[in-house]
Ligand binder design. Structure first.
Ligand SMILES: *Cc1c(COP(=O)(O)O)cnc(C)c1O
Length: 354
């Protein structure tokens, strides 16, 4: 029996969950190690006791708090079931079969997959030698079929950022009808140099086609509850609202995110420790001879080429789960000293192997 399933889905990869085991140190998914703050746990527990009710499909409380904290209006915000869903929904509102979605590569794995699920065509522009988005090459790749452009800044999995002047020059080159999605999932971990520094919310005034994507999954530590948001022109928000899967941002997620914003100072203060550890790991890995670009995220990228798969397997055998990208390198989440040291101990042994 052959069921009528779209044949173009045949060669999409099947999702394989990351390997893990009891006691594993999990440095594969850019999560924070600490559980939610007590105030956030309380908010989740309170929402749980109302789980018989549908969530607020307008996500009014969270949208209001986000608007206040970002200095934008509520009609410029769309909350989604993780910013992954907002990436997918941006593709849905812009691209149809035959249309092109442009982004750098290697970059966030969702972009090509979600593009192909929509029946559109991914156009992947290699990163520069320095593993940074090649904005000149991307501008040159825009065609009359281009409907959406992702700029992942900082880039997952390389951790690198573009220079601000290059970003602005790029935005000036993009035809004003094409949406540019600036994926800032690691925004709270950015410690940008003067050359790199920009304010995406401010840039939207000059570029109304700019959409900013952020998430509660990383610095706010809510990866398991699935909540992210887009800041965009109201026309974009209206369209995103039309394709939003009803009630997909559950009530626990909404309440937890509001509580996280209320505890923002405390949660964001934690990013300083991660940033210090990131600098320590980067320096140490370089001393051991690894090629590691400067990271503006809560992970580091190690260029390993053809050794990647073997390196990652040996690392898992040593009790530390990391994320390999075969043929290119490995992404290692930065958490706290003890966990990071477990990875560094492995990296030291690997570098010293015969
Ligand atoms: C983690 C991540 C996201 C956020 O994913 P959620 O769906 O919000 O958990 C988005 N973009 C990039 C590049 C990421 O690394």
């Amino acid at each position: 029996m052959t069921l009528s399933i779209r044949p173009d889905l045949d060669d999409l990869p099947v999702y394989v969950p990351g390997k893990t085991f009891p006691g594993a140190i999990k440095l594969a998914s850019n999560e924070v190690t600490e559980g939610p703050l007590p105030s956030v746990r309380d908010a989740i527990a309170e929402a749980a006791s109302n789980a018989n009710r549908y969530p607020d499909n307008g996500m009014v409380a969270l949208t209001g708090e986000l608007a206040k904290s970002l200095g934008v209006t509520e009609d410029e915000i769309q909350v989604g079931c993780g910013s992954v869903t907002l990436c997918q929904n941006l593709i849905t509102i812009t691209a149809q079969v035959g249309d092109e979605v442009l982004f750098g590569w290697r970059s966030f794995e969702t972009y090509p997959l979600a593009t192909r699920v929509a029946g559109a065509t991914p156009v992947q522009i290699p990163l520069t030698e320095d593993l940074v988005y090649d904005l000149d090459a991307m501008a040159a790749a825009i065609t009359d079929r281009t409907r959406l452009i992702f700029v992942c800044n900082a880039n997952n999995p390389t951790g690198t950022v573009v220079d601000a002047a290059d970003l602005v020059a790029f935005l000036r080159k993009v035809p004003s009808h094409i949406i540019v999605a600036l994926d800032e999932a690691y925004f709270e971990y950015n410690r940008l140099t003067p050359e790199q520094a920009y304010d995406a919310i401010e840039l939207r005034k000059e570029f109304p086609n700019l959409v900013v994507l952020r998430t509660f999954s990383k610095a706010y530590g809510l990866a398991g509850l699935r909540v992210g948001y887009a800041v965009a022109d109201p026309t974009v928000i209206t369209a995103l609202g039309k394709v939003h899967i009803p009630f997909s941002v559950n009530s626990l997620a909404q309440s937890a995110a509001v509580a996280c914003l209320a505890a923002g100072d405390e949660l964001l203060a934690r990013t300083d420790a991660v940033v210090a550890e990131r600098e320590r790991m980067t320096a140490e890995l370089r001393t051991l001879g690894y090629r590691v670009p400067d990271s503006q995220t809560n992970f580091v990228w190690i260029e390993l080429g053809d050794d990647t798969t073997e390196f990652a397997a040996a690392c898992v055998a040593a009790g530390v789960v990391i994320r390999p990208f075969a043929g290119d390198g490995a992404r290692v989440t930065v958490t706290h000293r003890q966990e990071n040291d477990a990875f560094l101990a492995f990296a030291r042994r690997w570098a010293a192997r015969g």
